[in-house]
Ligand binder design. Sequence first.
Ligand code: DGT
Ligand code: CA
Ligand code: CA
Ligand code: ZN
Length: 580
Amino acid sequence: MDNKAIAGILYETADLLEIDGQDSFRVRSYRNAAQAIEALPQQVANLIEEPKKLLEIPGIGKGMVANLQHLFKEGTVEVHAELLKKYRPSMLELLKIQGLGPKTIALIWSAYQVSDLDGVEKLAREGKIRTLPRMGEKHEQKLLKAIEDYRRIGGRFLLDVAEELAGKLVEHLLAAPGVEKVTPAGSLRRGRETVGDLDILVTGKACAQAEARQEMVEHLLRFPGLMEVIAQGENKISFRQRNGMQVDVRLLPPESFGAAMQYFTGSKAHNIALRQRALKMGYTLSEYSLADLETERPVAGKSEEEIYSKLKLDLIPPELRENLGEIEAAANHELPELLVLADIRGDVHMHTVETDGRNTIEEMAEAARDRGYQYMAITDHSKNLAFANGLTDERALAHIERIRAAEKKMKGIRIFAGIEVDILTDGALDLSDSVLEQMDIVIASVHSQFNQDRDTMTERLLKAVANPNTSVIGHPTGRLLLRRDAYPFDLDKVLVAAAKHKVAMELNAYPDRLDLCDVHLRMAKQHGVKIVINTDSHHTSHMEKLHYGVTQARRAWLTKDDVLNTLPPQRFAKAMKHGW
Ligand code: DGT
Ligand code: CA
Ligand code: CA
Ligand code: ZN
C-alpha cells in the first residue's frame, strides 16, 4: 500500500468521523496525518516496523501509529471500517457532490437514514430536504443541480487515472496462478479522453476450472483499494474502487478471448456496424465468436486479427473504432498509417523554475535527452500570468541567453529558445515584437478572460494567429477535462486563418487538457493545419505524458506527416517560422 492510498483512507476516516458528529479535534488529527503522509518523501510501508521513525513525522502520534500498524497487518483502519459499516460505502460518494459537506450529510442521515446518491436525489425531488434545519427550497434546487452536474461529468475519470488503475490491476491479476492473459478493453483501450468504467478481460486455466477460478477470484478481491463488490457472477465480477471507479472483470475461455476483446473494446457504434457486415457475409458476431449463420459453427474467436480478417477487413486499430468511416477504409485497405510515439522527435512546450516550473533548463533538457528526443524547447510564461511569475521583456531576453548557454553546454540534444506568450484580451501578444522575433518558437495561449463572448474571443484568436511572430496556438480551446468547458469561439474560422498564416495548433497532451481534442484535430487536418504535440511539462516527470497526446492524434486519424514535431531539428525550426 503506497502513501497515496494510506492518505486516502485517513481522509475518508476524517470525513466519516465528521458525519458521525465526533469532536473536531479527532477529525483534525486524521486529516493532519493524511496530509503529512501525502507529503512524505519515503514510503510508510518501509517505516512500519520502526514506530519511532513514524512518531517523528509531524502530525503523527501514538494512536495514529497504532492505526497504521493495524492497517498493514489487517488491511483496515478500525474506526474507518466501523463507520463504513454503519453508513455504507455509498456515503463517501455523497461527499463528492458540490455543496454537500459532512454537516449536511449528517443532517440527512439523522432525519432519514439515507446514505446514497439516488436516495438523496429522491428526497430532494420530494421536497424533503428543504424542511431540514437551516435548509430551504433554494438549497434543495442547488443540490439537485449539483447532483445532475456530478452525474454528467463526475462519473467519468481522466485517462491517466484509468490507465494507472488498469496497470495495477493487470499486474495484480497476472500474479494469480492460472492467469495467462489480462487486457484492458472498453474506452480505455480505444484511448477515449475520459473513461466511465474499466473493462478488464482475463483468460487462462484459472477461468476454465471451478477450483482455480475460486482461488483467482479470491485473489482479485484482495486488490488494494477495492471498496465494494457490486455484482459477482459466474463470468463477471464488478466492483468499485475507493476513488469511485467501477471495474468490470470478465473471465473468458481462450477460444473466445479475441471475440471478447473485439466486443468489449467497442465502441458500441463500431460493434453494431461490424455485426451488420458479418450478417451480410453470412456470419453472426457475438462476444463469444464469429460463427456461421446457418450451422452456428464458430469460424473465428481466438484473436481479433482472425475476426477482422474473416470479415475481409484490415485490422482496425482500437483508437479508430468509433464507426466514423474506419470499416469502409479497412475494407478498401485505406486505413491511414497512424502516428506512433516513436515518430515524435521533440517536446517543445515546457516550463522551468524561471516561471512556474519545478526544474531548471538543464534538468528539463537532460530528461528530454533521456527520452531519446533530438530537440526540445523551453517555453516559459509571459508577464500577464503574474501568479506564475511570468517573464517581462527584459527577463525573457536574459532567459534566451540562459537557454543559448545551456544549448552550448549540452551534448546530444538541441534546445530551442521559446516562450508561451499570453494572448491579451484584445488579441495582442504580451511581449514586444523585438523580443518575440528572437525566439525559435512562440506558443501563443489564452490564460485569462475566458468569459468573453464568442465573436470577441474569435477575433482575439484570429489576431493572435495573424501575428507574424506566432508559431503555435497553445491549448487552443482552454478546456480542462471534467472541470472547465472550452471558451466559446469559431474554431473553423481560426483554422482557416491558421492554414493561411501557417500557424500550427497545439495538441496539449496533458491528460486534463487533451486540447485540441480528437474531433477538432480531424477538423484541423481537413483544413490543412499542422499539429504540434506537447506535454506542457512543469516537471521532468511530466514528459512521459506525451503518449496521451499521441493516442488522441491517432483517434483523429493523424499520420506522421500531420505533426510537425516529427520533423528533424532543422526542418522543425523552419516550420516554427511558418515554413511548412
Ligand atoms: P465508458 O465505460 O463509458 O467509458 O465506455 P465504454 O466504451 O468502455 O462502454 P462500456 O463500458 O459500457 O462497454 C464496453 C464495451 O462493450 C463497449 O465499448 C461496447 C460493448 N458494448 C456494451 N454494450 C453494448 C451493446 O449494447 N451493444 C454492443 N454491440 N456492444 C456493447
Ligand atoms: Ca468502460
Ligand atoms: Ca463496462
Ligand atoms: Zn498554457
